[in-house]
Design a protein. Structure first.
Length: 123
C-alpha cells in the first residue's frame, strides 16, 4: 500500500499556482515559525528572465534544504497532492521538490498562495 501511495504522489499533477514552475530559479528562501503554530512557513522568491514571483507555503513539514551554496539556480517542482487516494494516511496538499531530487530542496505544505507576481523590466 505504501508503495502505491508513494507512486501516486510521484505522479501527482503540477500545482496550478505556478504553471511551468520548473522554468523558475529559486532566488531567496525563507523559513520561519509563527507563534502558536506547530508547522513552519516557507516563502520562496523565484524568477525566470521575464517574471518574478513570491510564494508562501503554510503548514510546512519535512523540510530538507540544501547548503547555501546549492540554493541558487535550483528549479522548482510544485505538485498538487490534494487528490491522493482517500484512505491513505494524511498527505499534505502540496509537495515541493527540485527538478533534480538530489539537490536536496524538498518539503510538504498544507497550502500555497502567490504573494506577488511581477514582470521584470529591462533597464
Amino acid at each position: 500500500m505504501e508503495t502505491l501511495i508513494a507512486q501516486q504522489v510521484l505522479e501527482a499533477p503540477e500545482h496550478p499556482i505556478l504553471p511551468n514552475a520548473k522554468k523558475y530559479d529559486v532566488r531567496e528562501l525563507r523559513v520561519y515559525w509563527e507563534i502558536g503554530k506547530e508547522r513552519a512557513v516557507v516563502e520562496i522568491e523565484a524568477s525566470t528572465h521575464e517574471t518574478y514571483v513570491m510564494l508562501r507555503f503554510d503548514g510546512v513539514g519535512d523540510i530538507h534544504i540544501p547548503s547555501s551554496d546549492l540554493i541558487t539556480n535550483v528549479s522548482l517542482k510544485i505538485q498538487d497532492t490534494s487528490q491522493c487516494p482517500t484512505g491513505a494516511p494524511y498527505i499534505p496538499a502540496v509537495r515541493v521538490g527540485g527538478i533534480n531530487e538530489c539537490n536536496g530542496l524538498s518539503f510538504w505544505a498544507d497550502s500555497v498562495t502567490r504573494i506577488n507576481n511581477n514582470e521584470i523590466k529591462n533597464p
